[in-house]
Design a protein around this ligand. Structure first.
Ligand code: PRP
Length: 205
């Protein structure tokens, strides 16, 4: 039996599709279904919040997980990232008011609003630039518009949110997409089963 930690929604739907294509299991979940654990064939699925997926995999209660690279970088858990699944592509960027370019690099103690404090701090540390991190939980763009911060560090997918709010991405910090992660002990004890999943996914991504 292999256990996956997944987040419910587009990501779990995509993984269920892939497993169905591979003939490994037939499972689906509707929007109004409140179950947190699903089982089909020899696979079990825990439906967790995206940011908690690495925690379940690190602890070993889940053998595998699927999560965005942003969450892997932010949570910094002891897990093995084994495959880029190629969907959910977007970028982690420094964004600022339109036309300001990389002028942010000259601000001695920059105020940075973000949902990703760890990623943002690491980036500004790499520039040797002192920063004050302002942790927000959403609508991060607002901080830059109203003057709560000088810049934001946030996910850019289509760029529409930035455009409609007079902002622009000025530096890409990381390219992001969904990744398959594995518990290191499970990789040894359940090697054959896990390799079957990895190789199957590799064929169809
Ligand atoms: C994310 C992200 C940006 C937006 C980017 O927010 O934080 O705000 O999507 O997408 P775009 O480039 O296609 O416009 P999300 O939708 O998760 O909402 P949130 O602001 O509440 O976090």
């Amino acid at each position: 039996m292999l256990t996956f930690a997944l987040s419910k929604g587009r990501l779990s739907d995509k993984i269920f599709d892939m497993l169905r294509k591979l003939g490994l299991c037939d499972v689906s979940i509707s929007d109004d279904d409140r179950r947190l654990i699903l089982e089909a064939n020899d696979l079990r699925f825990y439906l967790a919040k995206p940011s908690d997926v690495p925690t379940f995999v690190e602890s070993g209660v889940a053998d595998l997980g699927v999560v965005g690279k942003d969450t892997i970088l932010e949570e910094n858990r002891n897990i093995a990232e084994v495959l880029d699944l190629g969907f959910g592509k977007c970028r982690m960027c420094v964004c600022a008011k339109k036309g300001s370019g990389e002028a942010y690099k000259e601000i001695p103690s920059i105020r940075v609003a973000t949902k990703y404090p760890h990623i943002a701090k690491e980036y500004f540390d790499s520039l040797n630039q002192h920063c004050e991190i302002i942790k927000l939980n959403g609508s991060v763009e607002l901080a830059c518009i109203v003057g709560l911060s000088d810049v934001i560090v946030d996910i850019v997918e289509s760029g529409k949110t930035l455009k409609e709010n007079g902002l622009e991405d000025v530096t890409t910090i990381h390219n992001l997409s969904a990744r398959l992660i594995v518990n290191s002990a499970s990789l040894k004890t359940k090697y054959d089963e896990i390799i079957e999943i990895i190789n199957g996914f590799k064929k169809i991504v």
